[in-house]
Design a protein around this ligand. Structure first.
Ligand code: B12
Ligand code: SF4
Length: 485
């Protein structure tokens, strides 16, 4: 839902996989259904007649759409090899493969760059598919999923995307994306970033990162790292190369309060380089909530980080996690808090995603297993308020927060900026200002629970099953030597 209002960003993972396939000699096209219609997809399938189609499944909420698409493509091109990969599907590969009922031939778990060319070669040579991290109807391939040793290898095939001017985040319109690091050393209970990468942490070389930035045509860049600038010296080294190459852009990144407090110099340097927006996952206002989410940050540190960001002149957006057990009073407290600070406040509803520890502790309580509701804007756990009331309170709070930044006065303030964007033919930010009411709508959100259900998430683990060890949660179980430390 956020992607309909506040942002739409390029599919970097898919572009990297496309680059790897192209490097192996294949002719590759990308259709991003965020910006292309299904008619265009159909036309492309008929004219290009691909021998293989790969679907990006980073998001659980997209699983039903991909399953339906795989059947459509099967009917159109019966001998086409179809596979999927991405973050979310990596945790439930066997389940999705079975649900596809022959629509999908394989699912790649983990990084896609190394194994996709091997898979395509096996398909071309009509060999039996037995590759690490590749699941087929005959089962899982041997060994752990293959990791890309160096992030500098196969930079994303950005040239394959049409309509790049449709990607934006807020007023950073148009906006490209870049990856400086892969992995996260923390272990929050609601998050699957750390379980996906195991304990690995990889960094791009400063020289390659700066050159990639230089090659980007857009004036704005989203740095997609889970936690930016954990290693201050790495951030400083990229900054130095970026300065040397005289790259002039504006940036958006996501990081943690404690990282900002520990490494203020690197953020200050990037602010001078054009860092305009920063997203901090504050998640909870009290120590108890932070403990529950295993955030390993104190409420005081969170407040100090906000003060520091203000001093640095960086606009901050924070996220708070909504507990379905909140009542009217709790929502009121959050509204008051949000209005008392200048930062942009986002709310996301706690959701036990497969691959998180929360999935193992909370999934028995799920009120629904409809993939489409797993977008952290719907309640999939029991609510204390009646569900419709819960959505009314949630949307009321979100509209208060939204008005603070996208209301009339904010628009008047942004008039010059919008005029500049219009002059360059960019309308994404302006359109986003009108969309809020149609997307955030309590009746619509409540009604979403009553839609016809065709595909569900896997059954939760039985309560008597012992909690998995950390290692059992990992997709990438091998720690990469490259760039670690
Ligand atoms: C950047 C980002 C975004 C961007 C999306 C950009 C885009 N268009 O892809 C924005 C800010 C828009 C976004 C939004 C959301 N996000 Co997000 N996002 C991320 C983040 C931080 C990095 C993703 C990334 O680009 N990584 C770099 C690239 C290179 O890696 P990658 O995408 O994983 O791709 C690799 C593999 O997955 C695989 N692969 C990927 N695609 C394919 C395709 C094929 C065919 C193959 C073979 C392999 C393959 O190979 C790639 C190369 O190794 C991840 C966290 C993470 N570490 O993954 C969360 C994450 C994916 N997001 C998450 C969530 C919850 C959301 C939102 C639902 C939040 C919200 N309510 O707003 C929305 C949903 C947006 C939507 N479209 O529906 C969750 C996923 C939860 C889930 N299980 O579904 C994650 C894991 C964050 C988390 N910690 O929980 N997100
Ligand atoms: S929420 Fe952020 S800090 Fe916590 S594990 Fe996920 S990516 Fe890391």
């Amino acid at each position: 839902m956020y992607s309909q209002v506040f942002l739409r960003l390029e599919p970097l993972g898919l572009e990297r996989v496309a680059a790897a396939a192209r490097r192996a000699g294949h002719r590759v096209r990308i259709i991003d259904l965020q910006v292309c219609s299904s008619t265009e997809l159909q036309r492309e399938l008929i004219s290009f007649r691909p021998e293989a189609v790969g679907y990006g499944l980073n998001y659980l909420a997209n699983v039903p759409e991909v399953l339906d698409l795989a059947h459509r493509v099967r009917r159109l091109l019966p001998s086409c090899f179809q596979f999927a990969g991405g973050h979310s599907v990596s945790f439930i590969a066997a389940h999705v493969l079975e649900q596809s009922e022959g629509g999908l031939d394989a699912i790649i778990r983990g990084d896609g760059e190394v194994v996709t060319p091997l898979l395509l070669r096996a398909v071309e040579d009509a060999e039996q598919i037995e590759l690490p991290g590749v699941m087929t109807s005959s089962g899982d391939g041997p060994g752990a999923p293959l990791m890309l040793e160096s992030l500098d290898e196969c930079p994303p095939a950005r040239d394959l995307l049409r309509r790049r001017n449709r990607y934006f985040i807020g007023e950073l319109d148009p906006c490209a994306s870049i990856e400086f690091t892969r992995g996260c050393p923390w272990d929050c209970s609601f998050c699957s970033a750390w379980t996906f990468y195991g304990r690995s942490y990889r960094r791009s070389s400063p020289d390659a990162a700066a050159r990639e930035l230089q090659s980007i045509q857009e004036p704005n860049v989203f740095i997609v790292d889970d936690v930016a600038f954990i290693k201050a010296h790495h951030g400083e080294a990229i900054a130095q190369e970026t300065e040397r190459l005289r790259v002039d852009k504006r940036y958006y990144l996501e990081t943690r309060a404690d990282v900002l407090l520990r490494n203020p110099e690197v953020f200050e340097r990037w602010q001078r380089l054009g860092l305009a927006y920063m997203f901090l996952g504050i998640e909870a206002l009290d120590a108890e909530g932070l403990e529950l989410y295993r955030k390993r940050v104190s409420p005081e540190a969170n407040i100090r980080a906000l003060e520091l960001a203000r001093k640095l002149g960086i606009t901050v957006a924070i996220n708070l996690i909504v507990d379905p057990q909140w009542d009217e009073e709790q929502f009121q407290l959050v509204r008051e808090f949000a209005l008392s600070i200048p930062e942009i406040v986002h709310l996301t509803v706690i959701t036990p995603y497969p691959g998180t520890q929360l999935w193992h502790s909370e999934s028995q309580k799920l009120t629904t297993r409809d993939y489409r509701l797993f977008d952290i804007q719907h309640a999939v756990l029991p609510t204390r308020l009646p569900l419709q009331r819960f959505y009314e309170e949630l949307v009321k709070t979100q509209s208060v927060l939204n008005r603070k930044h996208l209301g009339l006065s904010a628009m008047v303030g942004a008039a010059g900026l919008i005029a500049g964007q219009l002059a360059r033919g960019q309308t994404n930010f302006l359109m986003s200002l009108w969309k809020f009411k149609s997307v955030y709508n309590p009746e619509r959100q409540f009604a979403d629970h009553g839609r016809e259900l065709r595909y569900e998430l896997p059954q939760p683990p039985p309560p008597e099953q012992p909690a998995p060890t950390r290692e059992q949660l990992y997709v990438h179980s091998r720690v990469s030597a490259a760039g670690a430390g």
